[in-house]
Every structure is written in C-alpha cells, then in structure tokens.
Design a protein around this ligand. Structure first.
Ligand SMILES: [Zn+2]
Length: 320
C-alpha cells in the first residue's frame, strides 16, 4: 500500500504533511525534512534531504512554485517514496543507488508555494487569514473590472499561479527582474512583486541555494512535456547545462526547447541560478493538458520521471 496518493487529482499541503510524517515513521534513518521558511498564510515551506547529508555533491529539485501546477508536488513526494522503497543494491547503469546517494545528496523543495496551491485547490476556503482572503477578492474584482480576466471567481482561483500575496514567484528572482513587466499589480499571475527575493518562498530558495551551492538544480512545472534551458549562458557552463539536459531528455523523452531567452519570460529561479549564480539548471514541464492536470495524466508522467533523481545524481557525481 502506497503512502503518497497519486490517484486523486488534488494533492494538498495537508496530505503532503501527513505523508512526510508517515514516511518518516517508516524510514526514520533514510531521510530528513524540516521547514525552511513560512508562507504568508502560515504554511511551512519544506525541504527534504535524501541521501548522505554530508555528501560532497548536492542537487536541488523544486516543485509547486506555480500554484495550479501542483501535480509536480505529488510527483516529488511519489519520487521520495519510490527512492525510500528501493533497495540500496538497486542499480542505475552500473552504479548502486547506495553508492549514488552516498556521493550525492538530494535536496527537494516539494511544495514551494503551499498557499497558492491551497487557493487553486480550495478557493478562498484554502486561506485562513481574513485579510489575505479580502485582498484576493479585491484583486479579482479589479481584474474583472479592468478586463484583465474573463474567468468566474471560481476559475480565477482554480487557475491561480501566484502566492497568497499575489506575486508570481517565478518572476521574483534577480535576473531580468527590472526588464520584466508582466502585470502591474498583485493577482493570479504575472506580477513580479516589489523586489527580487522579496517573498518568503523565493527567499527560501535563494538562501538555501547559496548555503548548499549545488552541482545542479531542476525546477518542475506543468505543462507541455518539454525541457527548457538556454538563458544565454556561454562556455563551460553552457556545455554542462547541455549535457545535463541530454541526461534529462534520455530519462523523460520530453522535447528540448531553447526558448527561455525572452525578456517577458525572465526573472525565474532558473534564470537566476544559471546567469547570476553560475549553477547548471533546467526546467521540466510535465503533462500535456492545461494545469491543474487531470489525475489520469499521472501514470505517464510517473513513468517518464521516476528515474530522474538517480540519473541526475549519477550526472552530478561525475562533475568536476
Ligand atoms: Zn510554471
């Protein structure tokens, strides 16, 4: 019997918290998790550490930064359970999992934007702070009045991408921030916020990236079944990114796209990792339908991404 439910379409913050506790009781020595920060509506931004925490090499996965793309969080948690269940004697290529995760630790931020995900899943009922609920309703009324949305209030919330402050977290990083225009006020999507890293969720990713200085980082989004990279990086960094993307593609067979150089697609975590910090990074978009993805997409997404931690750990251990 699996702990992480991958058959229901909604995978909530509360379900994730319960699964983390249950997996911890089943595999107390195999992983750890802690809260790396707290969101506006009081939820924890969790970080999971799988593998040897003192390994010389580290990789980061982050998911659920865009609210309606919450199947990415379900995928991260299913991957955690899968690797916990796998024997250390299982192999990737000719390397055992035991050795892979002795040499490389995996740091996972499975649900970077828990407030936004709660909004997409449960509407205003997903938010406990009355002032935040009132703001969200006011932003909808303004967007409706000014012709920026044709959605009903229910659909506006269902397709929400931002956090509870109405900031699109993947436009809140310090590369291309000034040039990105997007929306000029808080709302469901495309508002970059007042300053890069100014939101609790983006601040967590920035702080932990700098503390961990990982070999590579991968962001999971939905949808399109593609891999985005190419922020204009050159030289050795470009070569490593290109080789890493080949590894990702060999696992999930997603189409490779080089479209991330558009200024109106900038200020994301990936842009900042590669161009400001010099850390190899790519974005994996899962699924083919409009997010929130339907539950029946999960089996194919799972089949394409189950081996990703092992493949990228194997890649990371060969670097430098
Ligand atoms: Zn996204």
């Amino acid at each position: 019997m699996k702990v992480v439910d991958t058959e229901e379409q909604i995978y909530s913050y509360d379900m994730m918290c319960g699964d983390l506790e249950e997996l911890k009781s089943m595999y107390p020595d195999r992983f750890s998790y802690h809260s790396a920060g707290v969101s506006a509506d009081g939820r924890n931004i969790y970080e999971i550490v799988f593998g040897n925490p003192d390994a010389g090499k580290t990789i980061i996965f982050q998911a659920g930064i865009h609210a309606r793309e919450y199947m990415t969080s379900q995928l991260m948690m299913a991957q955690l359970e899968f690797y916990l269940c796998c024997s250390p004697d299982a192999v990737y290529g000719d390397v055992t999992f035991g050795r892979l995760f002795e040499e490389v630790s995996v740091h996972v931020f499975p649900m970077v934007n828990p407030d936004g995900i709660s909004i997409s899943q449960f509407g205003l009922d997903g938010i406990s702070d009355a002032a935040v609920r009132a703001d969200i309703k006011a932003w909808y009324d303004r967007d409706k009045r000014e012709g920026r949305t044709s959605y009903s209030f229910a659909d506006y919330l269902k397709y929400w991408k931002a956090n509870a402050n109405g900031v699109d977290l993947n436009r809140n990083f310090d590369y291309g921030f000034a040039e990105y225009s997007g929306a000029n006020a808080p709302g469901a999507m495309k508002y970059k916020g007042t300053a890069p890293g100014g939101e609790p969720e983006s601040a967590v990713l920035i702080r932990r990236t700098r503390e961990l200085s990982p070999e590579l980082a991968v962001s999971y989004h939905a949808s399109g079944s593609v891999i985005y990279w190419d922020y204009g990086q050159t030289g050795g960094l470009r070569d490593v990114c290109s080789a890493m993307v080949d590894v990702i593609h060999a696992v999930n067979r997603n189409e490779i796209r080089y479209a991330a150089t558009d200024k109106q697609d900038a200020a994301g975590f990936g842009d900042w990792l590669v161009m400001s910090e010099g850390i190899p990074s790519a974005t994996v978009e899962i699924g083919v339908g409009t997010a929130p993805l339907a539950a029946d997409e999960f089996p194919d997404i799972w089949e394409r991404n189950a081996m990703m931690w092992a493949a990228l750990a194997d890649f990371a251990r060969e670097q430098r």
